[in-house]
Design a protein around this ligand. Structure first.
Ligand code: BG6
Length: 493
């Protein structure tokens, strides 16, 4: 049994779904210069050296620390294909898409706002009215159907000008620009949007500085500073929200999955301890209000010095988040004995293949227990309501000649995941607010930029070369999810 007021829904992000990358006065954002990688490689950014006209690409994540020639700047290159520029065009399809969500019975819709649509350069003194109107129209459409918007302020996109002119989130000035942005939208959408998230998967700063924080120099020092600045910016956003409308709830968002030890060797258990410390550090600051000691000691050991103030730490203590949200797709397994073992797939949080688990074509583990385990771990540590804001399975779905998608694999995956959530609620007493399935309408992949890695209940006709009508077709899982919501999760068959 799920609670009566459980918020069932789906999730998206502007940079993977919205498109309209130059429409309505929008400025460029960091995601606009990211091109496709491949199935196994992370995506890359494109750059140009304005003096020499030399152009190129450089990695943004995994093991590849970002580096490009001195003087080069990230830019959109004419001969490159950028999947996110059109994505699946929510910008021009939002009326139709929200109607489809309503048909499924969504109670909530998680989306993100593109900061550069509101402040094209990030440091502008006035917002772009056309951008504000676009989101007004989107929220009005949700409200028409009784769908509660859940809005992420920053999901892997920073106005590109802030990266180029300020070095992105490593610069404390960006805290002020974010304060202007967040207070502008809290005021504008007061009464329309109650639930907000500050930074999507804030812990991705650990792995991909350009994507998570517009960092032009990606080093342990700049990443630590950028994370600190985002913590302070989040705390300030909570302070502002409470002044503007005390009913607003601001959540933090962590990319999380349980970590399993491959063997009983104590060395493996210690490895898991370290992985969990890193994984939970970001949530510890945002939910508990202070830096854990192990992180401060690590910074000391590595010679990392933060540019900070006493007020920063007071803000962190006073303005912790109202609820905690997280993404969870599976689990990861680690060992020190890696010889002859196959590596697992995943975005940043990887490890080795767990022999007890199946995977999808991208090597991501399928592990329904991950939800019950995560919910218990996070609630027992933070004691705040939880919200699963991303979960789902990427699959190369096939559209039949009569425009159907028979995605039993997705239905089976979700069924087992929902049972796991139900156990956490009913057996463990975890206060779970809601669930938003990732990529509820097909969108481009964050990790690879592919279209063929589809998550949705609705198929969008667009391929990896940017061809297709962009028409929408409900998959079998669309009708299944509709029934799940109608029966409040009682009928999972
Ligand atoms: C999460 C991100 O980490 O994983 C999403 O918040 C992303 O933006 C999702 O799309 C799934 O990853 P991918 O690489 O399959 O798109």
């Amino acid at each position: 049994m799920f609670p009566k007021d459980f918020l069932w829904g789906g999730a998206t992000a502007a940079n993977q779904y919205e498109g309209g990358y130059l429409s309505g006065g929008k400025g460029l954002s960091t995601s606009d210069v990211i091109v496709s990688g491949s199935h196994t490689r992370p995506r890359e950014i494109t750059w140009i050296n304005p003096k020499t006209q030399e152009t190129g690409r450089t990695g943004i994540g995994f093991a590849s620390a970002m580096s490009f020639p001195v003087g080069a700047i990230p830019a959109v290159l004419e001969d490159e294909y950028y999947p996110s520029h059109v994505a699946t065009d929510f910008y021009n399809h939002y009326v139709e898409d929200i109607a489809l969500m309503a048909e499924m019975g969504f109670k909530t819709f998680r989306m993100s706002m593109n900061w550069a649509r509101i402040f094209p350069n990030g440091d502008d003194s006035t917002p772009n009215e056309e951008g504000l109107e676009f989101y007004d129209a989107v929220f009005d459409e949700c409200i028409k159907y009784g769908i509660e918007p859940l809005v992420t302020l920053s999901h892997y996109e920073t106005p590109l000008a802030l990266a180029i002119n300020y070095g992105g989130w490593a610069n404390r000035k960006v805290i002020d620009f974010f304060e202007t942005y967040s207070s502008t939208v809290f005021k504008r959408y007061k009464g329309k949007v109650k639930y907000w998230l500050t930074f999507n998967e804030i812990n991705m700063m650990e792995f991909a500085g350009f994507m998570a924080g517009g960092l032009m120099v990606d080093t342990p020092q700049t990443k630590a500073q950028a994370a600190h600045n985002q913590f302070v910016a989040s705390a300030k956003a909570i302070r502002t929200a409470r002044k503007i409308d005390p009913t607003i709830q601001v959540g933090m968002m962590l990319g999380y999955q349980p970590t399993y030890a491959y063997t009983a060797d104590p060395k493996d258990q210690l490895l898991i301890l370290e992985k969990s410390q890193t994984g939970l550090f970001y949530a510890d600051v945002q939910m508990l209000g202070e830096y854990p000691k192990h992180r401060l000691l690590k910074y000391k050991r590595e010679g990392i010095v933060l540019e900070d103030t006493e007020e920063d730490y007071q803000l962190l203590k006073e303005f912790t988040h109202d609820f905690m949200s997280f993404s969870c797709y599976g689990s990861s397994t680690y060992t020190v004995h890696t010889e002859n073992l196959e590596a697992s797939g995943g975005n940043f949080i990887m490890g080795i293949k767990n022999p007890y688990l199946e995977t999808n074509a991208w090597g991501w583990s399928i592990d329904p227990a991950c939800l019950r385990i995560s919910l218990n771990t996070l609630y027992n540590r933070y004691h705040k309501p939880l919200w699963i804001v991303e979960n789902g399975i990427g699959w190369d779905d096939e559209l039949t000649e009569d425009n159907k998608v028979h995605d039993d694999y997705r239905i089976n995956y979700l069924k087992l995941n929902f049972k796991s959530m139900e156990e956490a609620i009913n057996l463990d007493g975890i206060p779970l607010i809601g669930y938003t399935m990732w990529g509820c309408i097909d969108l481009i992949s964050a990790g690879t930029g592919e279209m063929k890695k589809r998550y949705g209940f609705v198929y969008v006709d667009r391929n990896d070369d940017g061809e297709g009508s962009l028409n929408r077709y409900p998959k079998d899982s669309f009708y299944w999810y509709k029934k799940v919501i109608e029966t409040q999760g009682k009928d999972l068959d």
